[in-house]
Design a binder for this molecule. Structure first.
Ligand code: PFF
Length: 441
């Protein structure tokens, strides 16, 4: 059994393409397909998009670079990377580790829902009352849990096989197919009658909806969708070869992730407006509103099937990266095999996933601070742990590690701007985001 103990035995991405596909797979997920279009539409459309791009480039790119830098330099998972800087920083790695358990608990439940919808469209079982069907399905005691477990097993199968044979292969195959399917479905959306209204909703700036909250929402969305703040990019960065240009890779990642999110909006909103439906939030938009569209258009079951396969692919590649964080971390921390680490982490996540999957039915009455278990996991991870981990990352890399210029760039001006943003601008902005997420601001 191959035990990845030492840095010498550490796997490497076999090409720059493999690294880009893996990081894109990690970043592109449920956050892009349903969350981005909806928050964009709700927060002023084009103004939000502009804000999102500016904040991504000037704020989020900094911790993103820090994560890749930390991984590339330390060549370890997130716990050992922090420990290599200072043994006392072990706790920061463990915080990322805990986050990597919290997020899959609710994320994998939604991943399981996508499998259910794939089956519905595959066997032509589209319900007539979409809202009632969704509520009834999510509330069932067994089926959502079983699909959640199936999703967990599918995600775990790739890290189980290893970085090159599993994670890299999966992303190299899935991501190009995903992109082609997305472009195709976006094109279909554009050809529907009245699709222009959907584009207006997304792209026409509505300054009346623009305020301080918009900025913070755009920032939170950017961090979540770029998968910053949990050590995913530390872990994936640790498999980089020394000569990889992380600035170029980060640029491609940011560009690709943004284009995919905008394409997702183009796929969804023209269709929603074409049928005079409500462009409402979250789970409802994807699992209730869109099925209404699919039941109304010609070949709707084919497009429905394609859409849910697309959503499943997006969730799967992110799910793989979520698992890899904790697997890589315990594998080297406790010197166990990759296979053993995968089984241990999947089992731990399974235990926490059960109450999350039952949050819409049998456990809907059990509340933590007035939230179901599912919502509590989501809230704690997105509003507390992700921003907290990112703030810590910036302090540690900026003030303690102080990365050498040659590791990042040979352009002194760029390096100085990076350092300035990292030390003085990004942390206060992130602290503000966190206070906002907690409802304190
Ligand atoms: N970026 C993923 C999405 O947009 O769905 C979610 C995610 C994956 C968040 C990995 C954080 C993470 F570490």
């Amino acid at each position: 059994m191959a035990i990845e103990r030492s840095a010498a035995k550490r796997p490497n991405w076999s090409s720059g393409f493999a690294f880009i596909m893996a990081t894109l797979g990690c970043a592109v997920g449920l956050g892009n397909i349903w969350r981005f279009p909806y928050v964009m539409g709700r927060n002023g459309g084009a103004v939000f998009l502009l804000m999102y791009i500016l904040l991504t480039v000037f704020i989020c790119s900094i911790p993103l670079l820090c994560e890749l830098l930390l991984g590339k330099q330390m060549r370890r998972g997130v716990i050992r990377s922090y420990e290599k800087i200072n043994q006392k920083f072990s706790i920061f790695g463990w915080l990322c580790f805990i986050t990597s358990i919290f997020i899959p608990c609710f994320y994998f439940v939604v991943g399981g829902w996508t499998i259910n919808y794939i089956f519905i469209y595959l066997f032509n079982q589209m319900p007539t009352d979409q809202a009632a069907y969704f509520a009834e399905f999510a509330a069932r005691p067994c089926l959502p849990l079983l699909f959640g477990i199936a999703f967990l097993i599918l995600c775990a199968a790739f890290p189980f096989r290893g970085v090159n044979k599993g994670i890299e292969k999966a992303n190299n195959i899935i991501m190009p197919i995903f992109i082609v399917m997305l472009i195709l479905l976006a094109a279909v959306g554009l050809f529907l009658p009245n699709s222009i209204e959907g584009l207006k909703f997304m792209f026409a700036p509505d300054f009346s909806k623009f305020n301080f909250t918009t900025i913070l929402t755009a920032l939170g969305q950017a961090l979540f969708t770029l998968s910053v703040g949990m050590g995913c990019l530390v872990t994936y960065g640790s498999y980089l070869k020394k000569d990889n240009d992380i600035i170029k890779s980060s640029g491609l990642l940011i560009l690709g992730n943004t284009i995919i999110a905008v394409l997702a909006g183009i796929m969804i909103f023209p269709a929603v407006f074409s049928f005079n439906l409500e462009p409402s939030a979250g789970a409802g938009l994807v699992f209730i509103t869109l099925p209404k569209v699919f039941s109304a258009i010609p070949f709707g079951n084919v497009f429905g099937l394609m859409f849910f396969i697309l959503l499943f692919f997006a969730a799967l590649t992110s799910g793989i990266s979520l698992l890899e964080v904790s697997i890589a971390a315990i594998l080297e921390k406790f010197k166990i095999s990759r296979k053993m680490a995968t089984v241990i982490m999947s089992s731990i996540i399974l235990v926490f996933m059960i109450p999350a999957a039952l949050s819409f039915g049998p456990l809907s009455g059990y509340k933590i601070f007035n939230m179901t278990f599912f919502d509590a996991m989501d809230f704690t991870a997105s509003n507390i742990l992700l921003p907290l981990n990112t703030i810590i990352l910036c302090f540690v890399v900026g003030w303690v590690l102080k990365p050498k210029m040659e590791l990042l760039t040979n352009n002194e001006k760029f390096y100085n701007v990076f350092n300035f943003l990292l030390k003085f601008i990004v942390p206060p902005v992130l602290i503000l985001l966190m206070l906002f997420g907690l409802g304190i601001v």
